[in-house]
Write a protein of this length. Sequence first.
Length: 272
Amino acid sequence: MTERLSLPPMIEPPKGKRLKDKVVLVTGAAQGIGEAIVAAFVNQQAKIIISDIQGDKVEKVAARWRDQGFNVHAITADVSRQQDLHAMAELAIERHGRIDVLVNCAGVNVFRDPLEMTEEDWHRCFAIDLDGAWYGCKAVLPQMIEQGIGSIINIASTHSTHIIPGCFPYPVAKHGLLGLTRALGIEYAPKGIRVNAIAPGYIETQLNVDYWNGFADPHAERQRAFDMHPPRRIGQPMEVAMTAVFLASDEAPFINASCITIDGGRSVMYHD
């Protein structure tokens, strides 16, 4: 029997002061890219409010960092519910008096045949992947406008710009998320607010490890994914997280309404 794969340890984030005392909100923070973003941000001395629909799991993430002396607090939130995102923003203002950064990381993969897809699948995809990001933006924008400064980072996908058969309706929602990023970035630039997106490609998360383990030979399936990319590997969550650190920091003051792709160059290759 072929040995099953396990998720490799998270890359250790660099320590620094790039986000010192910035108040940051991160949704979808219980695992994967969201959890890596929390690790990267706390190691740059941010004060963080994190959320996830998996309440127990996100609280464990927060507790782990609090035990090490970091300023991290968790709230259970369903991003498809506006009131949950407003509660998250209110908690940040109550505890810290401001909101400097929002990272909309919560998302869900919905891959269906278009004509066999249920209405429930369609609405679930948009409620989480698009509406959830908008609700997060809507919750923090009044405070950011009052401050005259803020950075919003939407975790999009290479599906935001490219179409892969068999993935409907996920790319429709992610194309919409890129449109939301650009529209809000232009709308609120005069108010001192930047809105950008990060488009990860194939990233080694638990979701993908579970996918590979569904094959007779998980190692061969993972290698097939590696071979599709110019570096002959796929991305790590921390590589996405450190790009978010850059966009959240004072090092990116003129980057707005933009999208940074993190896919090792795969999306610019010619494919048969």
